[in-house]
Design a protein around this ligand. Structure first.
Ligand SMILES: [Zn+2]
Length: 430
């Protein structure tokens, strides 16, 4: 090394030390260890973090002298969880009241509170899959988290989502009363292209559309099935995907039926959300086209505990959740990739319960954990940085007591959260 480069190196080291920029080194001693992919849990692994990255992982790695050692030998260490379908702007109040009576500013404060709860529950990355009438508020929450103003997970934002005229809540107001909708309404190929361009320009990372949904049906609808009338045409969906793909944005679709799902798959969507009535042929098509399924089982359960549910509605929701269970069980024997999504309306701190539903319905516990880590990260296109614990990845690490491979409900009791190398939660007593 020349004298000049040696001097330069010393200068850089001294300057970094003086500026406090020497990256912090943390060594986590894990009891059990799940890397996000491997179905077998490892034991007595050490995870070495330097700054915001994972530097090394192994059972025999040297722990540097300056490292802060965190002993998690009584816990299982996992990658930060990834929720591919959540709404920080939904807070369990009547939908019309949320859209029509709460200001966007008030709802953004709510979302900031939810973001903290989501992180503390162990979810270090989320797709916030539309603000439900609160405009571009999710972009503000995402940017405030990234700027360190508030605490929350890394976010991909869908902003306003897209539906057609007549296709979204609030419903039932007089024709002369113009009320804002919970999504952006767009019709026709030109209309949807313009809407996608607007959303992307205003900060959207992904585009969310409604490919089938509730619409007024002059001939009445099946009382035993959730209404899922077709929405966008194939050409409209194709235009949406085309416009989004120009800047690498993926498209997610709310869907219940196989016919609408197949339209979406052929048009090139990345993920189908809910999919209560999907058949085997559709799941096979999804696997062939690399389309992920985000089933969101718990979202439909939450309505069952609503004390104001009418008997007819209760019967409908009982049938729906039963059908969802049957579809989920069937999909487990097919090659479709299943990504975790909670889709909660409020109670964001309970998102981990979705894993328990997945396991109750037949998914092996470690497969469920993969769904909420590496698989969901792949869907987000973030598998190069999160979703697994490997050297070089971002340091998003959590821990739960005991062994979640034996008792998945332990994932609802997260004791330790690191995001981007920063410790946000550490309950050393557990
Ligand atoms: Zn949703």
């Amino acid at each position: 090394m020349s004298r000049l480069s040696t001097t330069l190196l010393v200068f850089i080291v001294v300057a970094r030390a003086l500026c406090g920029q020497t990256p912090e080194v943390i060594a986590i001693k894990c009891g059990r260890f799940f890397d996000g992919k491997n179905l077998a849990l490892a034991e007595n692994v050490v995870v070495l973090i330097e700054g915001n990255r994972i530097k090394d992982i192994g059972t025999a790695i040297a722990i540097p002298q300056q490292a802060k050692v965190i002993d998690l030998s009584r816990t299982t260490v996992l990658p930060g969880l990834v929720d591919a379908h959540t709404h920080t702007f939904l807070h369990g109040i009547n939908y019309d009241d949320a859209v029509l009576k709460k200001s966007h500013q008030y709802r953004a404060i709510w979302a900031g509170v939810a973001a903290r709860k989501i992180l503390m529950a162990g979810f270090t990355s989320i797709r916030d899959i539309e603000t439900e009438g609160a405009g571009y508020g999710d972009v503000a929450v995402r940017d405030a988290i990234d700027a360190g103003l508030i605490v929350g997970p890394r976010m991909q934002c869908a902003t306003r989502a897209l539906s057609i005229t007549g296709g979204y809540s609030p419903y039932g107001y007089a024709p002369h009363v113009e009320i804002p909708k919970g999504v952006q309404i767009a019709d026709g190929v030109d209309g949807v292209r313009k809407a996608v361009r607007e959303q992307l320009a205003n900060g959207a990372d992904i585009i969310k559309i409604y490919i089938d949904h509730r619409r007024r049906n002059p001939h009445g609808s099946d009382p035993d099935r959730l209404t899922a009338a077709p929405m966008f045409s194939f050409d409209e969906v194709k235009a949406i995907v085309d416009e989004a793909s120009k800047v690498g944005a993926k498209v997610a679709a709310h869907v219940y039926t196989s016919s609408a799902a197949q339209t979406a798959i052929k048009a090139g969507l990345a993920s189908l959300e809910h999919g209560i009535y999907l058949d085997d042929e559709t799941f096979r098509m999804m696997a062939e086209h690399g389309v992920y399924w985000v089933p969101t089982l718990m979202a439909y359960m939450q309505f069952m505990s609503d004390p104001t549910l009418s008997p007819a509605r209760k019967r409908l929701m009982t049938g729906t959740t039963e059908r969802h269970r049957e579809t989920f069980k069937r999909a487990l024997s097919l090659p479709v990739k299943i990504a975790f999504g909670s889709d909660l309306d409020g109670r964001h701190e309970t998102a981990g319960e979705e894993l328990a539903w997945m396991v109750r319905y037949g998914m092996p516990p470690v497969e469920a954990l993969r769904s909420a880590t590496s698989v969901a990260a792949e869907l987000m296109g973030w598998h190069d940085r999160v979703g697994t614990l490997e050297p070089g990845k971002l340091a998003d690490v959590i821990a739960v007591p005991g062994n979640p491979a034996e008792d998945i409900s332990l994932v609802t009791r997260v004791t330790f959260v690191v995001k981007d190398g920063v410790v946000y939660k550490h309950d050393p007593g557990r």
